[in-house]
Design a protein around this ligand. Sequence first.
Ligand code: AKG
Ligand code: MN
Length: 195
Amino acid sequence: MPIPDLPDPALRYLPHWLAAGQADALFASLRTGIAWERHRLRLFGREIAAPRLSCWIGDADASYTYSRTRFEPRPWPRALLAIRARLCEEFDADCNGVLANLYRDGNDAMGWHADDEPEIDPRAPILSLSLGATRRFALRRRDDHARRHAIELAHGSLLVMPAGLQQAWQHALPRTARRIGPRINLTFRTIMALR
Ligand SMILES: O=C(O)CCC(=O)C(=O)O
Ligand SMILES: [Mn+2]
């Protein structure tokens, strides 16, 4: 369903993109089946360990540089092949890579940023699948930080970030003091060959 008060380009939030049983099974499979690692982030000239665990997964040629670190893709886990195929078909997107993130509890988070690295195809949507604990996803305009929105991303939901969104908006996944369980987020991206 479109989110009514969000300016263009409009986000779409599909709360039950995966049926609950499928979402449960995918969460369990990825929780143990992904080689989770702690990525390093460069912030204001300092290097810090990201407050979450991640893994860059994709086709062999889909290497991805973010926060000035280059990640070579890990192969697709079996459990993600059907998901990727369904996304490619439904959204007519290539989705040759996915950043998997594991937020172990409410202390794990991600600060303000946009997914606008040069190798991300700006004509393609970024498709964000959430599993596990519900977490708040915050957005703010790049040119006016007072213009904000937030969406609660539920288990089995898909958030469609359309082409153009990253250029106008930043997003974040804030910490929460609520006692909550783990969450996995998968952001499917289309990586272009840079030359
Ligand atoms: O966990 C989320 O919902 C968002 C993650 C994110 O924005 C990212 O990894 O680039
Ligand atoms: Mn992001």
